[in-house]
Design a protein around this ligand. Structure first.
Ligand code: SF4
Length: 404
């Protein structure tokens, strides 16, 4: 396929595909699926070999959020029967993190529900970061606390945080359909604040919320412009008790096409397979390892993942290896230089690898090539697999041992 040869060539050169090419990946047929995976796999191996980075989530504060993100079981008015608890103490969080590290996690992701942290919350999280770093010197710590206010990113960085996560989630055009209590621009601003403070930015998306192929391409191109170091790709877990509980649009094949498209658009970024992999990829999860170079180990914030040992077995059986703490995840050209020059985020230069003439599509040009939603890759009905959705009842906030 000419399309795939072109995309591999561009991915190996870190060159941005066109919107038409990204849309064409989403529109490929099931007959072409393994060719798509093989092509994106070449790009993955060029920049990350066969390594898989493991990340471990610790939900520091669960539920009772005043925001109304419709995909989220912790939202205002959620009827989902999730665990609800206020801030874990630093030693509780550190203990939960230790389980992930013992399971092979290289990064611990400290997440708290809410619009954004107060300065007191930043103090609490700073103590937690110090407790975790005191126990595991080499572990990377990422904070995910919502919208940041002036100076908070710097304080988290000073406390030892390595990264900050804030997802764009969906396209700017559809953002208002999924959340009304904050804006897409608020989200972009927080990612930029994190980058300006020298934190490694982690920002991704959620697929399966009823978006079109054009929306998916829009959000991934916006992410490419923002240039986060890691791009988590979540597949909506339609939780009972949330507004999106009936949105079962994803098939395993569509998930693989989405991951391949993200890999082609962000060839040298850490593309992370995030929430929903067990529910939507199901037995095809190992194929996704040819596309992503990072996954979450064990459970998610409010739902349970497959057993940590099953994750490790899957990686080994598929011929991949868990990335050790002595290995730098990102390719050398993306590791920040001491002077903050190109390759990091401190220099304010354009992202490396953007090809002049391809990264410049105006919204009008982009709209002109947007196919109708009824295209071959458009979401089709998928059976609701509520049997695969389990509310988290172990780990942080419980007395039951964590899954790692
Ligand atoms: S995604 Fe975050 S901000 Fe939105 S409702 Fe959930 S916890 Fe609150």
């Amino acid at each position: 396929m000419d399309l795939l040869n072109t995309l591999v060539d561009k991915g190996l050169r870190r060159e941005l595909p066109t919107r038409e090419e990204a849309l064409a990946v989403l529109a490929t047929s099931d007959d072409e699926l393994l060719d798509v995976v093989a092509a994106a796999g070449k790009v993955r191996r060029q920049w990350f070999g066969r390594r898989v980075k493991l990340n471990y989530l610790v939900n520091l504060k669960s539920g009772l959020c005043p925001e109304d993100c419709s995909y989220c079981s912790q939202r205002l008015g959620s009827k989902a029967e999730i665990l609800k608890y206020t801030w874990l103490k630093p030693d509780e969080a550190s203990k939960a993190a230790a389980a992930g590290v013992a399971g092979g996690a290289k990064r611990v992701c400290l997440v708290a529900s809410g619009r954004g942290p107060t300065d007191r919350d930043v103090d609490r999280v700073s103590k937690t970061i110090e407790a975790i770093k005191g126990r595991h010197e080499d572990v990377e710590v990422c904070a995910c606390l919502g919208l940041l206010s002036e100076g908070q990113a710097d304080r988290l960085r000073s406390a030892g945080a390595d990264a900050y996560n804030h997802n764009l989630n969906t396209s700017e055009a559809t953002y208002g359909d999924i959340t009304t209590t904050h804006t897409y621009a608020d989200r972009v601003d927080t990612v930029r604040q994190a980058q300006a403070a020298g934190l490694s930015a982690c920002s991704g998306l959620i697929a399966g919320m009823g978006e079109s192929d054009a929306d998916l391409v829009d959000v991934v191109f916006s992410l490419r412009d923002l240039d986060p170091d890691s791009v988590p790709v979540n597949f909506l877990i339609p939780m009972e008790g949330t507004p999106l509980a009936k949105e079962w649009h994803l098939t395993p094949q569509r998930c693989l096409r989405i991951l391949a498209m993200v890999r082609f658009v962000c060839p040298d970024a850490e593309v992370r397979l995030a929430g929903g992999r067990e529910v939507h990829l199901r037995s095809l999860q190992p194929l996704a390892l040819h596309l992503v170079n990072s996954i979450f180990l064990g459970d998610y914030l409010t739902s349970e993942g497959q057993a940590g040992q099953t994750d490790l077995d899957m990686i080994a059986d598929a011929g991949f290896e868990v990335e050790g703490s002595d290995t730098t995840t990102l390719p050398e050209h993306r590791v920040p230089s001491p002077d903050g020059g190109c390759g990091g985020h401190g220099g304010g230069c354009a992202p490396c690898g953007d090809s002049p003439g391809t990264a410049d599509d105006t919204p009008a040009e982009a709209a002109a090539v947007t196919p109708p939603r009824s295209g071959a890759g458009a979401p089709k009905a998928s059976a609701a697999r509520t049997d695969l959705v389990a509310v988290r009842r172990r780990g942080a906030g419980t007395d039951v041992a964590p899954n790692a």
